[in-house]
Ligand binder design. Structure first.
Ligand code: PLP
Length: 454
């Protein structure tokens, strides 16, 4: 009974990232089932999930192979920790598997329960690294405005979301932010490559302002996800790598969204030609079926931690949870057997790019782009000669939310970040399903356009 569930929901459940008054007024949509790229709600409506849940259901819904692996592990050993010289078989096997699919110089993994905990782990690990090297002042971490790195105190501090910082007095000391490489917003009058170099130079400026001897690490998402699928110019990441190398600053790639095939590589760092010292992962590692996150630790950091470190006083009850690791192993097997990484790189990813670019011709769209299986488009009041000459809507008009509403009603989930509409579909989406998704988006762009003219 939908109404009864909604009533209980409003009465007792404090939802994350949800306006409570809004929710109480409207009632939540109750999702009850998933299969492939589709969800069904409690009213029986079928919904195309353009967001893979929260960027995580890479292999799609309804994979009995994963639920069976979870069941088997629960029957054998539902829990044991890996504190104090103990371990469990799925955690060891998963660590070895992750090392196999990661770039060559990654030989170690630290497990957590989520992406936020993994980024907290990064903060402590990079500071410990510099402590062990006799540079205890080297503790500052540089991140970017509008980044999302999680909701724990350190994760939200690393993140650059003003709305999050405003609640609870964040960021914590020792975390500072530079501008993001948003070519649409800030690149007027420049080539994309020149803008990429400019945006990377903000890192060097900040390092010099703080003093390189104070800077522990730089953290960034290869493609900023929650900030609006911001695909950086090709010149950006190689220049960031050059600057980190020049000053010995550690590089952390937060691949919680970008990893596990989403950008057509196991890890997006490979796509952008960078060699991070640490890679944060979560979400796609289990396709979201069971919570799991972690940090891939490259040799530079692992060698110091292990050879000089003794005990690292850090860990979570659920670090290396055997059930979560069993789910991850089966999920990775599916990705391998169905060649999903290759398909996104060579087949469905390029097809999504082509179809998404066509949406750029719509009168309401100032710019549309994609990278692998993330894509976004900017809604604009009037198009211009270039994307930088478009006239934008006033933020108060909430045009993105209007468009999102039409999509929701027509049976598709697409996210609105201001007036940028974004998707990150399950990697199993076929060409025919991409066509279906594009047709739905186009119909909703038309409806939004008509609505705004009335
Ligand atoms: N890092 C990035 C890039 C993310 O997108 C997210 C979640 O969306 C996180 C970290 C936090 O992960 P979790 O929600 O598992 O704590």
């Amino acid at each position: 009974d939908t109404a009864a569930i909604q009533q209980l929901d409003s009465a007792h459940y404090l939802h994350p990232f949800t306006n409570f008054q809004d929710l109480n007024a409207k009632g939540a949509r109750v999702m009850v089932r998933g299969e492939g790229i589709y969800l069904w709600d409690s009213q029986g409506s079928k919904i195309l999930d353009g967001m893979s849940g929260l960027w995580c259901v890479n292999v799609g819904y309804g994979r009995t192979r994963i639920s069976e692996a979870v069941y088997r592990q629960m029957e054998t050993l539902p829990f044991y920790n890996s504190f104090f010289n103990t371990t469990n078989v799925p955690a060891v096997q998963l660590a070895a598997k992750l090392v196999e699919i990661a770039p060559l110089y990654f030989n170690h993994v630290f497990f957590t329960g989520s992406g936020s905990e993994a980024n907290d782990t990064n903060v402590r690990m990079v500071r410990r690294y510099w402590d062990l090297l006799g540079q205890p002042q080297r503790h500052t971490i540089i991140s970017r405005h509008n980044a999302y790195h999680g909701s724990t105190v350190a994760g939200a501090s690393l993140g650059g979301m003003d709305g999050m910082h405003a609640q609870g007095g964040l960021p914590i000391p020792g975390i500072v932010h530079i501008g993001q490489p948003n070519y649409f917003e800030s690149g007027k009058g420049m080539s994309e490559d020149a803008f990429g170099l400019l945006a990377a130079s903000w890192l060097e400026e900040k390092i010099l302002e703080l003093g390189p001897e104070q800077v522990a690490a730089f953290i960034g998402e290869p493609v900023q996800g929650a900030g609006g699928v911001l695909i950086p110019p090709a010149s950006y990441w190689p220049e960031i790598q050059r600057i980190c190398d020049k000053y010995g600053v550690l590089l952390i790639a937060d691949e919680v969204i970008c990893g596990f095939g989403r950008l057509g590589k196991w890890f997006a760092s490979e796509l952008f030609g960078i060699k991070p010292d640490l890679i944060t992962f979560a979400k796609g590692v289990t396709s979201g079926y069971v919570p799991l996150g972690g940090v891939l630790v490259g040799d530079r950091v692992a060698d110091v931690l292990i050879d000089k470190g003794g005990e690292f006083n850090h860990g979570f009850t659920y670090s290396g949870h055997p059930v979560a690791c069993a789910a991850a192993l089966e999920n990775i097997r599916i990705i391998e057997e169905e060649e999903l990484v290759r398909k996104v790189a060579e087949d469905t990813g390029p097809y999504l790019k082509k179809r998404f670019a066509e949406l750029g011709g719509h009168p309401l769209v100032g710019h549309a782009d994609s990278c692998g299986f993330v894509a976004g488009l900017n809604l604009v009041r009037r198009k211009g000669a270039t994307m930088h000459d478009c006239q934008l809507f006033e933020p108060e008009q909430g045009v993105g939310m209007i468009c999102r509403g039409y999509l929701f009603d027509k049976g598709m989930i697409m996210r609105a970040v201001g007036d940028r509409m974004i998707v990150a579909p399950p990697l199993v989406m076929t060409r025919a399903q991409i066509d279906e998704m594009i047709a739905l988006i186009r119909a909703c762009l038309d409806a939004t356009h008509a609505d705004l003219r009335e």
